[in-house]
Design a protein around this ligand. Structure first.
Ligand code: GTP
Ligand code: MG
Length: 583
């Protein structure tokens, strides 16, 4: 991932004062698990969106969203523009080819325009008047793509009429800006919602992701007409952060479907094809040839790496114009199912995404996650942990996967390579939860829960929503929701897990202090979520570990003493105290 973390925050003194009065809480979704006729009719929000804002319109299925976005992307072009350009003139020029639905500009080593036509025919019309450049000493490989380069015929005339162009932002906020926003928030709930709002994918960034897939599909279609390149992972599962990678799936199934559909009469006609010994070898061969194709003919595709011996073979490259780091896979259909499953979990309750974003950001700030493969926990595993934790609340905030399976109808049935991937696809059939816990409480409890989880003997399992005995000895065991014999966190080392546990305990402790002391919003003192993101929390702990008793033990004792004192005496004590991260 190319995302900028918050790990570079400058540490400010941790001083705090008595907490502000809690804002009124809004009612949230009720008990999950059964068909609900009244979805979208929950009570209105009471003022601010502490727990996010619920959309009360019927929620779209993942497949509907994918279909609409894909079709929209097929009517869209990407244009590299001169820096000085008249927006009005450009739109007028392009309108010769048909009406334009929408457009936006962004900057990424130059100025780019993304223009969505109303009709697909406009693309061919534009391509028909587009020339292949003559490059002096170099030679161009001709390729009719939807990625154009715009040049001014009379630069002098045009620059005099240029208007300033509004560019849409494609990167996450700077650490400083995010930190300031978090410090100024009125409550921990506001902090989590602010983090979500500022770092989630924008509408424009989402459009650019679908467009990039569509452009890659055009290249792959040179070999495999009727193929589809579909985004999956965090770009489309609702947990994507600005700057996250773009996972793509080369879907060749449509090709087979078309021929099956057309078959009629007394004969069955099959294509003569080359046979290879296994599905994996077929995938490697296909990806190899597409990798070559992208390398030689893919406009804007650079740094192509063919990683074909990985468990899941892939082609990795950078798409220069969009700035996305892309991973193209094939024969990875189960990942599409887990993407849809996460989309459903993310859409069921607004607290889910807010919590996942914060935990991912917290993990990144403390180098628990990394863009380099290794013994680190992944964002996918962290998301599974949050889902599992929310299934364990009382009443549960999220239903188990088994529960989603019982709600499935005949259309939802899905078996991939012998793995049962059946679950309800229609979000509106899942009953909302009656749990009304605040994000602040959930964040604190998340850290406490996993700070004290018996990782040595138990496995995390979102299918059943309960802890199970670990079937193997990896330090962290999170059952793959569909390939249930697999552990999605097999790579995580004991030391990385211990670091996670230590940080979780310390973070729970810091959040307990928020109850008692909160600085005034204008003081820009790090508190709540902002305090959790400070990198020195981890450093302090490792120094403390070397010097004294293990930090985890001391924090555990502290947590226990806080717990017992808060149950004995629920009225908070007044007065200022310094919050120290050195437990
Ligand atoms: P980012 O870190 O924001 O990219 O999150 P991500 O969810 O996109 O993760 P990643 O790019 O690593 O993987 C893309 C998708 O592949 C995930 O969302 C999952 O659907 C799937 N995936 C990733 N890791 C695993 C794994 O270990 N096992 C299985 N079964 N699927 C995985
Ligand atoms: Mg990804």
């Amino acid at each position: 991932m190319a995302a900028r973390g918050v790990g570079l925050l400058t540490r400010l003194p941790l001083r705090a004062q008595r907490s502000q009065a809690q804002r009124p809480l809004r009612r949230l979704l009720t008990c999950p698990g059964t068909v609900a006729a009244d979805v979208g009719r929950e009570e209105p929000s009471s003022g601010s969106a502490e727990t996010g804002s619920e959309d009360r319109t019927p929620k779209k299925r993942f497949s509907e969203v994918q279909k609409e976005r894909r079709e929209q992307a097929q009517r869209t072009v990407l244009i590299h523009c001169p820096n000085k350009i008249s927006e009005k003139k450009l739109l007028k020029h392009l309108s010769q080819h048909g009406p334009i639905n929408s457009h936006f500009f962004y900057e990424s080593f130059g100025l780019y325009a993304v223009v969505e036509f109303s009709q697909k025919e406009s693309i061919a019309s534009l391509q028909n008047v587009t020339r292949t450049p003559s490059l002096g000493t170099e030679a161009a490989i001709p390729f009719r793509s939807r990625y154009f380069n715009l040049k001014l015929k009379n630069p002098v005339n045009q620059t005099s009429e240029q208007s300033s162009i509004q560019c849409s932002n494609q990167s996450s906020p700077s650490s400083k800006k995010l930190f300031e926003s978090l410090c100024c928030a009125g409550s921990v709930d506001d902090q989590l919602n602010t983090l979500l709002k500022e770092s989630q994918l924008t509408e424009e960034n989402t459009k650019l992701r679908y467009l990039t897939c569509s452009l890659i599909e055009d290249v792959a279609a040179a070999y495999f007409p009727d193929c589809a390149v579909r985004p999956f992972g965090s770009s489309v599962n609702s947990f994507g952060k600005l700057g996250c990678d773009l996972d793509m799936f080369l879907d060749l199934d449509e090709i087979g479907k078309i021929s099956a559909h057309k078959a009629s009469g007394n004969f069955l006609v099959e294509f003569q094809v080359k046979n290879v010994p296994s599905e994996r070898i077929a995938t490697q061969k296909i990806l190899s040839v597409i990798g070559e194709c992208l390398d030689h003919f893919g406009p804007g595709c650079v740094g192509i790496q063919k990683i074909l011996n990985a468990r899941c073979p892939l082609v990795r490259f950078s798409h220069q114009a969009s700035g996305f780091q892309c991973d193209l896979t094939a024969n990875n259909r189960i990942a599409l199912e887990s993407t849809e499953l996460l989309y459903i979990y993310g859409a069921l309750d607004s607290r889910v995404r807010a919590l996942v974003f914060s935990i991912r950001c917290w993990a990144r700030a403390h180098s628990l996650t990394s863009s380099i493969p290794g013994a680190w926990i992944t964002n996918f595993s962290l998301t599974m942990m949050v889902i599992f934790f929310l299934q364990r609340r009382s009443p549960p905030i999220l239903p188990t996967l088994d529960c989603l399976k019982t709600l499935a109808d005949a259309e939802d049935k899905c078996i991939i390579e012998g793995h049962n991937c059946t679950f309800v696809r229609d979000l509106n059939r899942i009953k909302p939860s009656g749990n009304t816990e605040t994000l602040e409480l959930l964040l604190k409890e998340f850290f406490e829960y996993f700070g004290n989880f018996a990782f040595n003997k138990n496995s995390i399992n979102i299918r059943q929503g309960r802890e199970q005995n670990k079937p193997e000895s990896s330090p962290l065991h999170i059952q793959n929701p569909f390939e249930t014999s697999l552990n999605i966190s097999k790579n995580v080392s004991q030391s990385q897990l211990q670091k996670f546990v230590d940080l979780a305990r310390e973070s729970a402790w810091i959040l307990h202090q928020v109850d008692k002391y909160r600085p005034s919003p204008s003081s820009l003192q790090p508190w709540g979520l902002a305090a959790l993101l400070l990198p020195t929390v981890a450093n302090t702990m490792s120094v403390a570990k070397k010097k004294k008793k293990p930090a985890s033990e001391r924090i555990k004792n502290l947590l226990e003493s806080i717990k017992s004192s808060s149950t004995e005496n629920s009225t908070a004590t007044s007065g200022k105290r310094a919050v120290s991260t050195q437990a």
